[in-house]
Structures are given as structure tokens and as C-alpha cells.
Design a protein around this ligand. Sequence first.
Ligand code: HEM
Length: 229
Amino acid sequence: MKPLAGSVNRVTQIKIVLFSISLLPGLKMAGLLYQEIAAVNPLAELMGTSGSWTLIFLLLTLLVSPLRFWVCWICLFFHVSYGKRLSDWNWLIKCRRMLGLFCFFYACVHLFFYLWLEMGFLIDEVLLDFNDRLFLPVGFAAFILLLPLAITSLEWFRIRLGKNWRRLHRSTYLVAILAMIHFVMLTKVGNNRPLYYGLILGVLLGHRLLMFLRPGSLHPKNYAMEHTR
Ligand code: HEM
């Protein structure tokens, strides 16, 4: 089978499909916003939908790197003809920037809905609300940390920052942890959604921690060597 990594057109097609799917939550929110303007008042749903999709895109961005390993192991385990080398799945990395930018886009929408629909752009009210509901400054800290990541996602910065680019983009982990704290703090007792998202985040960060503590241990090359001995 022709490797996907070599097929530029195929990767572009995948990106177009991914882009179109990623826009769907935005369209749903545009519909809800229309109802809001028509005074049906789905404010809670607008905040919930935009917040949820920000978190989902954050987790999807964090999923890309471990997913490369996991699908590679699956291909090795089932002796599939294509996909046994990690590099076969490099095209997944090319989709990561788009997912990260969609996360930032939905975070901006989320913050904008809060400032506009909940606070009417009254800064004094915002400051009082930040004092009353502590999950707000936590969410805001996550948003502020997202800003440099979105700006430096441009190729120009990646080249100029070199190794520091990787270091800077590790703050995505902190953004995800703050986002989870924000979610847990605002959720009512009995709602298990933060637990499910938290478990997913735990697996994604756990994969990275293992890679850090035992470099190379998760590399499919080592798995292949062990099984051909
Ligand atoms: C990376 C940044 C952020 C993420 C990932 C995030 C995520 C979330 C999530 C998952 C929810 C719950 C959705 C649901 O109930 O289904 C939520 C709700 C909410 N968020 Fe955020 N958020 C972020 C930043 C912010 C910021 C900057 C603000 C405002 C300053 C904010 C204000 C709110 C409010 C007001 C709610 C609704 C709370 C309620 O139901 O009473 N968030 N957010």
C-alpha cells in the first residue's frame, strides 16, 4: 500500500475533511446564538458547548502524538502491511496544528460569549464575578497560556525558536490541567463528565510521563525487536 506519509494530496484531503468537521460545533453555536438574539436565551448551552469543545480540541491535540505510537503498535501486533514504522504515521502530526488552532478558536468564542452575553462587556462586573466564582480566574489562566501557543504555532516561530519551541509548547500540559480544574470547580456534585475527561487526560499525560521516565521503552522499534528475537 502507498504510504500516506508520501502522499501530499491525501494528507491535504484529510486536513480538509478534519477542518470541515471541526467547524460543525461552531455552526451549532451560531444556531444557538441566533436563538439567544431571538430571546430564547440558551446562554447556559452556549457557554457549555463552547467550553466543552475547547476542552475536546485540547485533548485531541494532546492525543496526536501518543496515537502515532498506539496505531503503530496495533499494526505491528496484527502484522498489517502498512504502518509498522512510526514514520508511517507522521502525517498525523501535520493535523496537530489545525486541532490546536481550533482549540484556541473555541476558547476565544467561549471567552467572548462570557464577556458579551453574561457580562455585557462591563469590566467592573467581570472583576466582581472573578472574585465570586473562582473557576473563572482558573479558566482565564488557561486561556492566557494558550495565547503564546497559538501565536507561535506559525512555521516562522517554529524555525526561529528551535528547541525552545518544544519547551514552550509543553505548557499545553499545564493548560489542560488548569482547564480540568476549571471544569471540576464549576461542575455540580453527581455529574461525572469531568471524571471521564480527566481519565482521558490522565492516559495522555501518563503516556508522556512514561516516555520521559523510560525513554525509548514505548518505541515500536523495541517492540518489533523483542517479537522477532
Ligand atoms: C482553555 C480555556 C477554557 C476551557 C478548556 C474551558 C472549559 C469549560 C468547560 C468544559 C465548561 C463546562 C461545559 C459544560 O458544562 O458542559 C466551561 C464552562 C464555563 N466556562 Fe470555561 N473554559 C475555559 C476558559 C474560560 C474562561 C477564560 C472563562 C471566562 C473568563 C470561562 C467561563 C466559563 C463559564 C462562565 C462557564 C459556565 C459555568 C456554568 O455552567 O455556570 N471559561 N468551561
